[in-house]
Design a protein around this ligand. Structure first.
Ligand code: FAD
Length: 504
């Protein structure tokens, strides 16, 4: 990205970031690179307070951020003990004994005319018994524990792939810290003691540490995590609590010894009062049980988690508390909240790190002058709110569309009142197979298709344009694509071998 000239009167020259978790160091690394050292950036963090220390699974948008930060893929994989991720396997979600994959990348292959899934729906309506997963190369690779990176050649079936990473969040932050410090970011160790504000504008003018250091700035980024010390503590943004839709409010996390062979996908297994994650890394497997604290005690959650690990636990289980929801305004005056301080949607679809990078992208586009024009903040807040709203609906779908699960959490979620936006989307898909998505939405057609079908919501109709292709031709084309995917999957290396080939 081109450097931005921040010199001159009225321009911001000093930024202070409060917090050195994933959000703080991602922001520091990105801004220091984008502004090419023309801004002075100071980051205050407290080792004594520490970070949430989880956040190990990502989605394919991570490539955009890693490129922006200038990360070399092999060096990044080595430094963060990362593995590849082709999607998420959902076990026992739709109903007990059922499993499906939400794969990255595309279903089928680009064919002229109507979207591929309408071709599949037409063939299904005419009796062809092929699952959606048969048309996802990522799903086929994941099931076979194989891996390949996408091809840039649109004629290759490998071009339908998408991938992300699992990584050690603490090592990722450290890796970004090295980059940020190399770009001139100054880290200050210490606890925040006081926030100085301008008596007229209410703008924050400086942070003071317990040891008496004073960190002045013109723009303050609140990356203080759930504490939200600036955006809530000072600016009182308010919080929209979404726990009536997303009732899990705690997680207990524990790493365990890695399995002999790592799998290129996250596993999410539904449990009585929530769900358990399993995230394979090079040096260990990350695990956690996300649960609803009114239905399960911390001790019960920890016992269930410890009874369901691949290998020996490597630490004591750690409990984290949260409330699903979002800050009503993430940018107020000269304070911008990025990361958990701006809100948290539980980790089911690994969206938090994406939301951090998305906020950094918005901030760079809308980067203010010293007066922090409220119109920029309003635009940022509207875009951030839309991001969170759309992801929220996608997550609710997983909880709501289930069957044969009598436990209170699942019974309650099956019967809860849904957001109108989700009701409309589900209704239209059931009726016509159409996915009514806005252009800015993170989760695109393939993701909604995977989860709607995976959770047992099926389309009765399909797009009328699919009838312009005669049934035999449609069927033959689909079978050809299915077979080509099966062949391509069988030719790819195992996941561990593919990883070793890249990192040496
Ligand atoms: P934190 O990591 O909490 O960092 C806060 C920083 O502020 C720390 O450096 C702290 O020292 C500093 N600080 C706080 N108070 C003070 C003070 N008074 N003085 C000085 N410094 C202070 N995201 C994903 O994308 N994928 C996942 O798989 C995923 N899984 C998750 C699972 C769980 C159970 C949870 C809770 C979250 C998960 N997340 C996940 C979210 C992810 O962990 C966070 O988005 C990410 O770590 C960013 O956190 P943060 O930097 O905002 O906050």
């Amino acid at each position: 990205m081109d450097g931005i000239d921040a010199a001159g009167p009225g321009r911001i020259s000093r930024i202070v970031i409060l917090g050195g978790g994933t959000a703080g160091w991602m922001t520091a690394a990105a801004l220091s690179r984008m502004f090419r050292q023309r801004l002075s950036i100071t980051l205050l963090e407290s080792e004594e307070i520490g970070t949430v220390g989880v956040g190990e699974a990502t989605i394919p948008t991570i490539h955009w951020f890693n490129q922006l930060a200038g990360l070399d893929e092999a060096a990044f994989l080595r430094a963060t003990k990362a593995t590849f991720k082709l999607g998420i396997e959902f076990v026992d979600w739709a109903r007990p004994g059922h499993r499906y994959l939400h794969p990255f990348g595309q279903y089928g292959a680009p064919l002229p005319g109507v979207a591929f899934h309408h071709r599949w729906l037409k063939a299904r309506a005419e009796g062809l018994d092929v699952s959606l997963a048969d048309f996802s190369l990522a799903a086929r690779l994941a099931q076979a524990n194989r891996f390949a990176r996408p091809s840039d050649d649109p004629r290759s079936i490998l071009s339908t792939l998408g991938y992300a990473y699992h990584f050690d969040a603490g090592l990722y932050a450290r890796h970004l810290r090295e980059l940020a410090e190399a770009h001139g970011v100054v880290r200050v160790e210490g606890r925040l003691a006081e926030v100085e504000r301008h008596s007229e504008t209410g703008f924050v003018t400086a942070l003071a540490t317990v040891r008496g250091e004073r960190l002045p700035g013109e723009l303050f980024i609140d990356c203080s995590g759930f504490r939200a010390l600036l955006i809530e503590g000072e600016m009182q943004a308010g919080y929209d609590d979404w726990s009536h839709w997303l009732p899990c409010d705690r997680a207990v996390a524990v790493p365990c010894e890695r399995a002999a062979e790592t799998t290129p996908y996250t596993r999410s297994t539904a449990r009585a009062a929530g769900w358990q994650w399993r995230i394979p890394l090079q040096h260990r497997t990350g695990n956690g049980y996300v649960y609803c604290s009114t239905l399960l005690s911390d001790d019960e959650a920890a016992a269930t988690l410890l009874a369901n690990l691949d290998g020996a636990a490597m630490a004591e289980p750690r409990v984290l508390r949260f409330t699903a929801g979002r800050r009503r305004r993430a940018w107020i005056g000269n304070v911008v909240a990025i990361g958990l301080s701006a809100g948290f949607l539980e980790p089911l679809e690994s969206t938090s790190i994406h939301l951090i990078q998305s906020a950094i992208a918005k901030l760079s586009t809308l980067f203010p002058d010293r007066d922090c024009d409220p119109a920029l903040a309003a635009r940022f807040n509207a875009l951030f709110a839309a991001d969170m709203d759309n992801i929220k609906d996608f997550l609710i779908l997983h909880y709501h569309a289930t069957a044969d699960k009598p436990e209170p959490l699942w019974a309650q979620c099956r019967h809860m009142a849904l957001p109108d936006t989700l009701v409309e989307r589900e209704r239209e898909y059931r009726r016509s197979g159409r996915l009514m998505l806005g252009s800015e939405e993170l989760f695109r057609e393939a993701s909604w298709l995977a989860v709607l079908n995976g959770q047992g919501i099926h389309a009765a109709g399909y797009h009328p344009m699919a009838d312009t292709i005669d049934s035999a031709t449609n069927r033959a084309q689909l079978e050809r694509i299915r077979d080509a995917m099966a062949r391509a999957a069988a030719e790819q290396p195992g996941h561990d071998a593919a990883l070793a080939a890249l990192i040496g």
